[in-house]
Design a protein around this ligand. Structure first.
Ligand SMILES: NC(=O)c1ccc[n+]([C@@H]2O[C@H](COP(=O)([O-])OP(=O)(O)OC[C@H]3O[C@@H](n4cnc5c(N)ncnc54)[C@H](OP(=O)(O)O)[C@@H]3O)[C@@H](O)[C@H]2O)c1
Length: 347
């Protein structure tokens, strides 16, 4: 890879409030020659996930991204050089490859890479069959224990995780109400996803609308938003309800203390259960889950949207889209075409 330049976004300053371009530094560095055991990957698509904002702010379920470190993100790339027996040039791989053109993996770090099938489009592998689809799957089926007849509310319902969670709930016989922002997203949930009820939190009063759509109360709430949305839905739980805490995106950019819950006593009154989860804990079951998700996609039982931005230089603004709600489904950034033969499918 003589004379090849790696364009990199590094974390410069921890964000306070909305993440900004000034939080990052763009550098251009030569790609080093590879040594015994190493693998060089050309990144093709970067995944944008709200949790990245948390990784930039400080330690949580993973260590914080250090200042000066390459911005951590899931990516799919293609192996372009390998002196490692487990990978060969042309292989498609997924891992925490970061906001950069090339990622050099050292001997012993091959377990951090997963081979990606070339049988279907990469964006599908990074959405329904990737972390967001898997989160919806385990959150709804295992943590939420969805069952026929459940009266379900999903917040962030038009998003990558929420839209799959809502469709799984319908598949399993739930009556499903989705909360989302704006007429376009709500129209998609009504006309394409055919949810039983929609609440546009930007133009409607969430509490009264939930009451109208599910007058007997909510038996299962899958929450991606947290804050006031969580608090409001807690007031509408019915007996033995389950609340799945998947995410709290309304709080991620908050520079102040997180929103306190005023309706939590309803958990006691309704003998309800509230449980958070992190998808990484289900890693040993990812294959069985993505096989089932793929079947549902092929059978037309699960629909999905991909929001594909382009150009590594646009990474900071692409991340912002998740927090401004501009994204329509799974947010990806395409940064290169596969340089070697081997990528067979495109969306
Ligand atoms: N627990 C886990 O292991 C795990 C794994 C993956 C994801 N998650 C969580 O799942 C949630 C969704 O993630 P995703 O990747 O699928 O993103 P996404 O839902 O595709 O995109 C984020 C959406 O959040 C909504 N949003 C942003 N700011 C908001 C605010 N202040 N109030 C209400 N809604 C807001 C926007 O939709 P609207 O336009 O409708 O407002 C936006 O489109 C996040 O909370 C994420 O942290 C958890």
């Amino acid at each position: 890879m003589n004379n090849t330049i790696n364009r990199i976004w590094r974390l410069k300053k921890r964000p306070s409030g909305m993440v900004q371009r000034e939080n990052f530094e763009w550098t251009e560095e030569p790609v080093a020659g590879i040594e015994e055991g190493q693998i060089l990957v050309r990144n093709l698509y970067l995944s944008f996930d709200p949790t990245q904002r948390g990784w930039m702010a400080g330690p949580s379920y993973l260590p914080a991204i250090e200042l000066g470190e390459v911005v951590r993100s899931i990516a799919v790339g293609q192996v372009v050089e390998s002196r490692n027996p487990y990978f060969k040039p042309g292989d498609l791989v997924s891992g925490l490859l970061g906001w950069q053109d090339y990622c050099l993996l050292n001997k012993g770090s091959e377990s951090a890479l997963t081979k990606v099938s070339t049988k279907f489009p990469i964006p599908l592998s990074m959405s329904v069959l990737g972390i967001t689809g898997l989160t919806a799957y385990f959150g709804m089926l295992v943590v939420g224990e969805i069952k026929p007849g459940d009266r379900v509310v999903v917040s962030g319902a038009a998003g990558a995780t929420g839209s799959i969670a809502a469709q799984i709930a319908k598949l399993k016989g739930g009556r499903v109400v989705g909360i989302a922002g704006g007429s376009q997203k709500c129209g998609w949930l009504r006309d394409e996803i055919e949810l039983d009820g929609i609440v546009d939190y930007k133009s409607e009063n969430v509490g009264p609308r939930i009451n109208e759509l599910l007058p007997e109360g909510v038996t299962l709430f899958f929450d991606n938003v947290g804050g006031k949305t969580l608090d409001t839905v807690l007031a509408h739980l019915s007996l033995n309800a389950r609340v799945v805490l998947c995410g709290a995106i309304s709080e991620y950019n908050s520079a102040q203390t997180q929103h306190g819950l005023t309706n939590y006593m309803n958990l006691i009154i309704q003998r309800a259960k509230m449980q958070g989860f992190i998808i990484l804990d289900y890693a040993n079951r990812f294959q069985e889950a993505s096989d089932e998700l793929l079947d549902w996609v092929k059978e037309g039982k699960i629909k999905y949207q991909i929001d594909l931005a382009e150009g590594l230089e646009n990474a900071p603004e692409t991340l912002q889209r998740l927090f401004s709600g501009l994204n329509r489904g799974k947010q990806l950034l395409k940064i290169a075409e596969a340089p070697l033969d081997g990528e067979t499918s495109t969306i």
